[in-house]
Design a protein around this ligand. Structure first.
Ligand code: ADP
Ligand code: ZN
Ligand code: MG
Length: 479
């Protein structure tokens, strides 16, 4: 059967590090980086006899995440021990939540080619992160860094509702943007603050049962997730087409070879010997507590989008794009407060900024300039100080060396030529050099004008005011 007759089924377990100041069960800092083993204490280093105390902020942040993703909030919940040994987990158990997660039965909506689609969330629970193993490049062994041990996480488990790598991308971006909006995490994928376990299976189209899944752990870039899904689905289809069976296992995606490798057989819940952590009290949330958090939620992307469509009259594509990330959206709002031109500001983000980020393989949170610079840039375009082709160069410069756009154009000598005398000179020069185009235009070939304007732009290195060029060429040609 050809590949097209199979359907891909994907479910995601997304881990998100919460940006509380302190860890989940002790008062150590959660800050990323730092010399190895400097953000730890006897509790997060798992010394015998120490006792964990739950950080209330963690519960608050997780409830925020639940409410922002339409989950029900459990008023009775608890922490459980998930037992397994690994060198980055000195307690030999992770404190997590098993059968009573804090949030459950939620959903988020994503945009797909066929319109809006709802992806259901099974649960969101709280847990602690493990430490980090650093494998020495010189073969001297492996070093354990416990700075990350005990950093609070939420794990969001989706139902297997996703059907393509495009949907996975949209879902993950949506979740990331929601968490950024409610400010519970910096969601920096490159620092591992947001990472996903990607569960993939395939089945024949029309089948009612799901196929056996494999799971790729700890993926932290959109690009590798897409590549991994594509590779893994094709691999599974090939196994099935050759009469084989899929083994339920945990895989490792290797970004360099572009292949998945088997890590281990999949554990079952029973392998973890879950039980309630006897060192921690149960979690009880009052109606009032939940209500207060609900009232404290900031404006979410859906509502910003509506506002952009109605107030700023953005086209749906632009409104979707700008609200897809809090970083874009905040930049946009800051910019239009200065330039009062939502259309140009959103266009620059959607076309140029997105293109540059893509080239640099970076995400919106890595944009090095602020809305102030973007707003100023739009103003310079609106005033005719620079042409739109120069604005692209200014944006590239802003990525390299963020500072005031007017400084940039001054230093680089990029100010648009709007002086009539200077432009007339260029126009005469180009007309003289291109008699054929002049003849063409007079013979009714309007395209010739575009060519002449293009030549003049080239001559002035993009600095001539295009409206003036057009007008002056027309005047001359019609003489
Ligand atoms: P575990 O911790 O054992 O991986 P979870 O229930 O936490 O189990 O997560 C299972 C994840 O796998 C969920 O995101 C779910 O949507 C997804 N999933 C379950 N069955 C399938 C399947 N047949 N194909 C793809 N994804 C699946
Ligand atoms: Zn500690
Ligand atoms: Mg899993």
């Amino acid at each position: 059967m050809p590949k097209e007759d199979y359907e891909i089924v994907i479910g995601l377990e997304v881990h998100c590090e919460l940006s509380t100041k302190t860890k989940i069960f002790c008062s150590c800092s959660t800050e990323f980086g730092g010399e190895p083993n400097t953000h730890c204490c006897p509790i997060c280093m798992a010394m015998p006899g120490t006792l964990p105390v739950l950080n209330e902020k963690v519960v608050e942040y997780a409830v925020k995440a639940g409410l922002a993703t339409n989950c029900k909030i459990a008023q009775n919940s608890k922490n459980d021990r998930k037992n397994y040994f690994y060198p980055d987990l000195p307690k030999a158990y992770q404190i997590s939540q098993y059968d009573m997660p804090l949030c459950y039965d939620g959903y988020v909506n994503i945009e797909t080619e066929e319109g809006e689609k709802t992806i259901r969330l099974e649960r969101i629970h709280i847990e602690e992160d493990a430490g980090k193993l650093n494998h020495d490049d010189y073969g001297r062994g492996t070093f354990v860094d416990l700075n990350r041990a005990g950093v609070p996480l939420i794990e969001c488990v989706s139902k297997p509702d996703l059907r393509s790598k495009e949907e996975v991308d949209a879902y993950l971006r949506k979740l990331k943007s929601i968490f950024e909006y409610i400010e519970i995490s910096d969601c920096k994928m490159q620092e591992g603050s947001l990472r996903a376990d990607v569960n993939v299976s395939v089945r024949k189209k029309g089948a009612t049962e799901f196929g056996t899944r494999t799971e790729m752990k700890n993926m932290n870039s959109f690009r590798s997730i897409s590549r991994a899904i594509e590779y893994e689905a094709n691999r599974q289809i090939e196994v099935l087409e050759n009469g084989g069976e899929i083994t339920q296992e945990t895989l490792r995606w290797d970004d360099i070879s572009g292949k998945t490798f088997s890590m281990r057989d999949k554990e079952d819940a029973q392998d973890y010997r879950y039980f309630p952590d006897p060192d921690l009290v149960a979690i009880r949330l009052s109606d009032e507590y939940i209500e207060n958090i609900k009232n404290s939620l900031p404006e979410l992307p859906e509502s910003r989008k509506k506002r952009y469509l109605e107030e700023y009259k953005l086209i749906p594509k632009a409104a979707n794009f700008v609200t897809s990330s809090k970083y874009y959206s905040d930049l946009f709002e800051e910019a239009i407060a200065i330039c009062k031109n939502p259309k140009t500001a959103s266009n620059l983000l959607m076309s140029e900024v997105a293109r540059i980020l893509n080239e640099r393989e970076e995400e919106p949170d890595q944009i090095p300039f602020s809305g102030k610079e973007l707003g100023e840039l739009v103003e310079l375009i609106d005033k005719g100080t620079i042409s739109s082709s120069i604005s692209k160069k200014v944006l590239e410069e802003l990525f390299e060396n963020p500072k005031s756009p007017s400084k940039i154009i001054e230093e680089k000598g990029w100010i648009q030529i709007s002086d009539e005398g200077a432009i007339k000179e260029v126009v005469s020069k180009i007309l003289e050099a291109n008699p054929q185009s002049v003849a063409d235009f007079k013979a009714g070939k309007d395209r010739a004008l575009g060519f002449l304007v293009g030549q003049a732009m080239k001559e002035t290195k993009g600095k001539a005011n295009p409206q003036m060029l057009n007008q002056l060429f027309l005047e001359e040609l019609k003489k």
